[in-house]
Design a protein around this ligand. Structure first.
Ligand SMILES: Nc1nc2c(c(=O)[nH]1)N[C@H]1C(S)=C(S)[C@@H](COP(=O)(O)OP(=O)(O)OC[C@H]3O[C@@H](n4cnc5c(=O)[nH]c(N)nc54)[C@H](O)[C@@H]3O)O[C@H]1N2
Ligand SMILES: Nc1nc2c(c(=O)[nH]1)N[C@H]1C(S)=C(S)[C@@H](COP(=O)(O)OP(=O)(O)OC[C@H]3O[C@@H](n4cnc5c(=O)[nH]c(N)nc54)[C@H](O)[C@@H]3O)O[C@H]1N2
Ligand code: SF4
Ligand SMILES: [Mo]
Length: 761
C-alpha cells in the first residue's frame, strides 16, 4: 500500500512505537445505500477480522457485504461465509428476544421476557448458588476463540468463580497445547510471518518472502485459523515460496506442494523429531542462533538421535526419502516458516508434537526473523489481555479451578479449567458440586465435546443453565432455562484487539433486541458485582478501555479503520521480551529459547519432545484393528461452515448439504458402498451415520468424517434435538487427554464402516 501514512499516538503498550494507521471514513452513502466499514469479528464464528464493507438500504436492512480493499489484512478478499452474511443476520430463525423456558427442559417451549427480567433472574439464581455452594459452583463456558474471552473471564472472576472453560473440548485440544508450549519454552507466542504486521505487506522493505513454507496439520484455505488469513500462503507461493504440506489427506494445497508428507494421523512428533535429527546430523542447523539464544541443544540432539529416518518412516508411513528431502528443503531455505494447525493438538500426546515443531523453528534460526515465525510484540502481552479481571479473584478462589491441581500446565498459555475434569466433577460432585453453567457461544453436544452423550448427561444434571447464542441449537433446547439473543457483528460495536492489531467493529444494523457478547457480560457483571464493573457505565466504556493502548477513544479509533502495531524483528536481541529487565534474551528461567524446558521439568513432565503412539492404532491396539481396520480422522474444516454453525443458511448448505465421510474408492468397493450411501461409522466407543463421499483424497487406510453436524430443519424437541446424535462423530471419541492435561484423539481414532440398512436412516 502506498497511501498509508504514519500517525503518531500516545501508546501505552510501547511508547517508542507509534501505531500505523490511516484516516478513512467509517460510514458514507453510495448509490442509495449506506456503507459501514467494519471488521468481521464475530458471530457468526471465524477467527479472522477481515475488513468488510456492509451495505444497508433505506429500511436499515443489510443487503450486501463486500471485502474492504483498504484493509491490509484481507486486501478486499472475502470467503463465502462473509459473502452470505446478510442471510445470517436476516435469518427468520434468529433469536430476537430473551427467552425463559415455559415447559420442561427439552420441550422447546419458551416465553419471551425482557432483558431486565432475564438479567435479574440469572443474577438471583447465581447468587443463591454462590451462597450455598460457593461461586466456583457456577461455570462460565465458551466455545472456540472469539472475542468473548476477555469479558467472559472478567465476568467469571468478578463473580468469584475460577471456572472459566471451553466446555467439552477434551484435553483443551485446540490451540492451548500449542500456546502453552510456547509460553513455557519462549514465554511468547509466535505466528507465521506473511508480512501481516507491515503496512506495505509483501512489498515492505523490511519483509523477506519465505523460501519455504511448511503447512503442518492445517488447511488454511478452508480454515483461516487463529488470525491467519488462509490465502496468505498462496500470496507467498506466487512470490516464489516452496511448499511442504504435512497432511494425511490430499488437500488442494497438498496437491500443489513441492513435497507432500502423507503422515499417519497422530505421528507428527516422530516426523518432527526425525527432521530435527536429519538437520542436526547433516549440520544444516543455525549454529550461531543455537549457541547464542537457545537452551538444551545437546540434550535435544541426543533425543532426536533416537529417531533415525528409517524408524520415522516406519512410524509415520512416509517414505524416508521424502522426509529427508523435506528436512533439507526447510533447513536450507532462508527464511522459512511453519504454519501449524489444530491437527497437531488433536492427538493424545500433543504437547511433544508442538514442542518438537518449535525446536525446528529454533534450530534453523527462523525465530522472529522476517518471513519466519515471528513473536508478535503484543503477543507478549496476550496473557495480560486474557487476564482482564485477574485482580478481581482471590488467590484462594483461583486455586479451586477444576483440573489445575492435576495438570499444572493449565496455568500456562490461556489458562482455562480442564474440560475433562469438569465433566467428571459435574457428574460426581467431586472435588465439589457444580450447579450452574453460563454457556456463551458454545454448542458442546453438537460440536465441541468429545463423548457428547456423557457431556449431555453432565449438563442435564445442572440445576440452572443459561445459553447465549444467535440461534436455537441442540444445546439451547436440551439444557437452557434462559436463552439470550447474541448479536452478529454487523449488529454491534466493538474492538478487535489481538496481537499486533486493533480494529473497530462498527454496528450497521439492529436486529430485534440482540446484544453483543461484551455488553451481555457487562450487564450481568453489573448485576452480580456492581463494584467490579463500576468503571463500565456503558458498552462504550468497555471499548474505550480495550482500545486504550492506542491512546484513543472508540469514537476516535473508528476513523482509522485499522491500526497496526509495528513489528520489530529479533526482539530477543534488544531485550524486548523480558518482563523485569531489558536484558537480551527470553523471559524463560534460563533466559533462552528453551528446547529443554526447565518449566516442564519442574512439573515432572518430559522436558524434551518425544513420540508416543496414539492409544488406538495399528501398533498400540493391533487386536482392535481386526474389528476396526480403518484409521479415522475427523473435522477437517469446510469453507461453508464454521463448526456447527451455518447449517440453516440455504446458500451455504446448498454447497454442502449432508455430513460426509471420505472413503477411498477401493475401500468403498470392498464394502459395497456407493457414492451418496448413508454409512455407519463405528468403533468401541460409539457410532454415527454420514453419507459416503468416495474420493482419492484419502488413502486406503484412512477415512475422514465431518464434525459439528445437526439438522436445524428437523424436530427441535427431545429426544430428537435436531438429530444431534445422528451424525455426531464425537460419539466415537472419548475424553482421554495426555499427561500434560492437553491433547485428545479427535483426529486419531480407528473405526469400521458399513452401509446403513433401509429404515435405519
Ligand atoms: N470431531 C471433531 N470435533 C471437533 C473438532 C474436530 O476437529 N473434530 N474441532 C474442535 C474444535 S478445534 C473446536 S474449537 C470446537 C468448536 O466448538 P464450538 O465453539 O462449540 O462450536 P461452534 O459451532 O463454532 O459455536 C458454538 C455456538 O456459538 C454460536 N455463536 C457463534 N458466534 C457467536 C457469538 O458471537 N456470540 C454468541 N453468543 N454465540 C455465537 C453459534 O451459533 C454456535 O451455536 O469443536 C471441536 N470439535
Ligand atoms: N471454515 C471454517 N474455518 C474454521 C473453522 C471451521 O469450523 N470452519 N474452525 C476454526 C477452528 S476453532 C480451528 S481450531 C481451526 C482449525 O483449522 P486447521 O488448523 O486448518 O485444522 P483442520 O481443518 O481441522 O485440519 C487441517 C488438516 O489436518 C489434517 N490432519 C488430520 N489429522 C492429521 C494428523 O494427525 N496430522 C497432520 N499433520 N494432519 C492431520 C486434515 O486432513 C486437514 O486437512 O479452524 C478455524 N477455522
Ligand atoms: S476468513 Fe472468511 S469468514 Fe472469516 S472473516 Fe475473513 S472472509 Fe469472513
Ligand atoms: Mo478450534
Amino acid at each position: 500500500m502506498t497511501d498509508f501514512d504514519e500517525t503518531e499516538f500516545e501508546d501505552d503498550w510501547d511508547d517508542e512505537l507509534p501505531w500505523i494507521c490511516e484516516e478513512k471514513p467509517w460510514r458514507w452513502e453510495e448509490d442509495g445505500l449506506t456503507v459501514t466499514r467494519g471488521s468481521s469479528f464475530t458471530g457468526p464464528g471465524c477467527h479472522d477480522g477481515c475488513g468488510v464493507l456492509m451495505y444497508t438500504d433505506k429500511d436499515g436492512k443489510l443487503v450486501k457485504v463486500e471485502g474492504d480493499p483498504l484493509n491490509t489484512y484481507n486486501q478486499g478478499r472475502l470467503c463465502i461465509r462473509c459473502l452470505a452474511l446478510k442471510d445470517v443476520v436476516n435469518h427468520p430463525d434468529r433469536l430476537h428476544y430473551p427467552l425463559k423456558r415455559a415447559g420442561e427442559r427439552g420441550e422447546n417451549k419458551w416465553e419471551r421476557i425482557s432483558w431486565d427480567e432475564a438479567i435479574a433472574t440469572i443474577a438471583e439464581k447465581f447468587n443463591a448458588i454462590k451462597a450455598e455452594f460457593g461461586a466456583e459452583a457456577v461455570v462460565f463456558a465458551q466455545g472456540t476463540g472469539r472475542d468473548i474471552a476477555p469479558y467472559l473471564q472478567r465476568l467469571a472472576f468478578s463473580f468469584g468463580s475460577p471456572n472459566y472453560v471451553c466446555y467439552g473440548l477434551a484435553g483443551n485440544a485446540c490451540m492451548i497445547p500449542r500456546l502453552s508450549v510456547q509460553m513455557m519454552s519462549l514465554t511468547a507466542i509466535t505466528m507465521p510471518d506473511y508480512s501481516q504486521m507491515l503496512p506495505d505487506r509483501y512489498e515492505d522493505e523490511d519483509y523477506a518472502i519465505p523460501e519455504c513454507v511448511i503447512i503442518w496439520g492445517r488447511n488454511p484455505l478452508a480454515s483461516n485459523a487463529d488470525g491467519n488469513f488462509g490465502h496468505w500462503c498462496i500470496d507467498a507461493m506466487k512470490r516464489g515460496s516452496k511448499l511442504v504440506v504435512v497432511d494425511p489427506r490430499l488437500t488442494w494445497l497438498a496437491a500443489q506442494a513441492d513435497i507432500w508428507l502423507q503422515v499417519r494421523p497422530g505421528t507428527d512428533a516422530a516426523l518432527a523429531l526425525g527432521m530435527l535429527n536429519i538437520i542436526i546430523q547433516e549440520d544444516l542447523f543455525d549454529r550461531d542462533f543455537v549457541e547464542l539464544w537457545t537452551y538444551g541443544f545437546e540434550q535435544l540432539a541426543e533425543r532426536a538421535a533416537e529417531y533415525p529416518v528409517e524408524k520415522v518412516a516406519e512410524i509415520t508411513w512416509i517414505p524416508a526419502e521424502k522426509i529427508l528431502a523435506a528436512a533439507r528443503m526447510y533447513a536450507k531455505a532462508k527464511p522459512a516458516l511453519i504454519e501449524w494447525g489444530v491437527a497437531v493438538d488433536m492427538t493424545k500426546e500433543s504437547v511433544p508434537i508442538t514442542h518438537a515443531i518449535n525446536c525446528l523453528v529454533n534450530i534453523t534460526g527462523n525465530l522472529d526473523v522476517p518471513g519466519g515465525n515471528v513473536i508478535t510484540e503484543l503477543a507478549c502481552n496476550v496473557s495480560g489481555y486474557y487476564g482482564w479481571g485477574n485482580e478481581l479473584i482471590s488467590r484462594e478462589q483461583f486455586e479451586k479451578r477444576i483440573g489445575m491441581d492435576k495438570y499444572p500446565m493449565l496455568r500456562y498459555g490461556i489458562p482455562l479449567a480442564s474440560p475433562d475434569e469438569m465433566c467428571d466433577a459435574i457428574l460426581t460432585d467431586k472435588p465439589y458440586p457444580i450447579k450452574a453453567m453460563w454457556v456463551q457461544a458454545n454448542n458442546p453436544i453438537a460440536c465441541m465435546a468429545a463423548d457428547p452423550k456423557k457431556t449431555y448427561d453432565s449438563m442435564k444434571k445442572l440445576d440452572f443453565v443459561v445459553v447465549v447464542d444467535l440461534f436455537h441449537t441442540p444445546t439451547t433446547i436440551a439444557f437452557a432455562d434462559i436463552v439470550l439473543p447474541a448479536a452478529a457483528f454487523p449488529e454491534r460495536n466493538g474492538v478487535r484487539a489481538v496481537f499486533y492489531y486493533a480494529q473497530c467493529i462498527n454496528q450497521a444494523v439492529q436486529i430485534g433486541e440482540t446484544k453483543g457478547d461484551a455488553e451481555i457480560c457487562r450487564l450481568l457483571g453489573k448485576a452480580l458485582n456492581p463494584e467490579a464493573w463500576e468503571p463500565y457505565e456503558s458498552e462504550m466504556d468497555v471499548w474505550d478501555d480495550l482500545g486504550a493502548g492506542s491512546g484513543l477513544t472508540f469514537e476516535e479509533m473508528r476513523n482509522y479503520g485499522q491500526m497496526i502495531h509495528p513489528n520489530i524483528y529479533r526482539k530477543y536481541e534488544e531485550g524486548r521480551l523480558r518482563a523485569y529487565d531489558d536484558a537480551p534474551g527470553f523471559n524463560t528461567p534460563t533466559g533462552r529459547a528453551e528446547m529443554y524446558s526447565t518449566v516442564m521439568e519442574g512439573y515432572g513432565l518430559d522436558p524434551l519432545p518425544y513420540y508416543e503412539e496414539p492409544p488406538e492404532s495399528p501398533y498400540s491396539t493391533p487386536e482392535l484393528m481386526e474389528e476396526y481396520p480403518l484409521i479415522l480422522t475427523t473435522g477437517a474444516r469446510q469453507v461453508a461452515f464454521f463448526h456447527s454453525e451455518h447449517r440453516q443458511i440455504p446458500s451455504l448448505r446448498a454447497t454442502y448439504p449432508y455430513p460426509q465421510i471420505e472413503i477411498n474408492p477401493e475401500v468403498a468397493k470392498e464394502y459395497g458402498i456407493e457414492q451418496g450411501d448413508w454409512v455407519w461409522i463405528e468403533n468401541s466407543f460409539g457410532r454415527c451415520q454420514q453419507k459416503a463421499n468416495i474420493t482419492n483424497v484419502v488413502p486406503k487406510w484412512l477415512v475422514h468424517a465431518d464434525h459439528g453436524w445437526w439438522f436445524p430443519e428437523e424436530e427441535a424437541a427431545e429426544p430428537h434435538l435436531f438429530g444431534v446424535f445422528k451424525s455426531n462423530v464425537n460419539q466415537l471419541v472419548p475424553y482421554n487427554c495426555g499427561r500434560s492435561g492437553f491433547g485428545n484423539s479427535y483426529k486419531t481414532m480407528i473405526c469400521k464402516i458399513y452401509k446403513v440398512k433401509e429404515g435405519e436412516v
